[in-house]
Design a protein around this ligand. Structure first.
Ligand SMILES: [Zn+2]
Ligand SMILES: [Zn+2]
Length: 259
């Protein structure tokens, strides 16, 4: 049994195919998926999916790549997170790859999410791209992670170095691998996954993006997370069952959702 720790099934291309998506999840023994919020205008749809389907959890947050979108306040995030199916704050973080110029607003938005996570005691879903130094620095400054009396979280769709992974793990975070880890070109990332203990790893699709091999280039969906799990099992030389069980247990521990 797998859980897809990060997907965007509220995006129209996936939302239109929900029965098919749930069937593929069942076929691949993917019991649950976490539908991750990217902005406030679309949040009602994310919440509605979580309320409609027992297999779907949700988060609330505003993605660092969304420039022209309503800015969330700490109070607003805390209030919107007040629902049993909202199990995380995010996705949030920093992205210096997609956007350029003065990105102080991005760092402020990130701080807002960390504050909301501390207040709600709900874990953070962190997106970081070409910005790992600032990401880790702000996490430390704002008291993200269990070490600082905050709440842990996950570095999602991880593509950074082993040092960054270890810095995040040190303050209580988990590292989530997407289909990228299955790509032939992802040698460095595969080396990171090999090095990290399975007890700290989550798996995700980030669907509709980044379909794993053998579906690379096609539209991704939560059921495909099984291929990420299978790849990590092969990479680490452990059984597929072990990866499925451990990553599921990690998800349940981090997001506080009992089986
Ligand atoms: Zn992301
Ligand atoms: Zn995402």
């Amino acid at each position: 049994m797998y859980i897809d720790s990060h997907c965007h099934i509220n995006f129209p291309e996936l939302a239109a195919r929900m029965p098919e998506i749930l069937a593929k999840m069942a076929e691949n023994q993917v019991t649950h998926a976490l539908c991750v919020s990217v902005d406030l205008p679309d949040f009602p749809q994310v919440l509605a999916l979580a309320h409609q389907y027992p297999h779907i959890y949700a988060s609330v947050g505003v993605h660092p790549d969304y420039e022209d979108t309503p800015e969330p306040s700490v109070e607003q995030l805390v209030q919107l997170a007040d629902d049993p199916k909202i199990i995380a704050i995010g996705e949030t973080g920093l992205d210096y790859f997609r956007l350029e110029g003065d990105l102080e607003w991005q760092r402020e938005r990130f701080r807002t999410h960390i504050k909301a996570s501390r207040l709600t005691r709900k874990p953070l879903i962190i997106h970081t791209r070409s910005a790992s130094e600032d990401t880790i620095r702000i996490m430390r400054e704002e008291g993200a992670g269990t070490e600082a009396g905050g709440v842990a979280g996950v570095m999602h769709c991880f593509t950074e170095s082993l040092e960054v992974a270890r810095a995040a793990i040190e303050i209580g975070f988990y590292i989530s691998f997407s289909g990228i880890v299955t790509f032939k070109s992802a040698k460095d990332l595969q080396a990171v996954a090999l090095e990290l203990p399975l007890e700290r790893i989550l798996i995700e699709t980030d669907s509709p993006y980044l379909a794993p091999v053998p579906f690379r280039g096609l539209m991704n969906e939560p059921g495909f997370v099984a291929h990420v799990g299978e790849y990590i099992a092969k990479l680490k030389g452990v059984s597929v069952e072990q990866v499925a069980e451990q990553t599921t247990a990690n998800f349940r521990t981090l997001f506080n959702v009992p089986a």
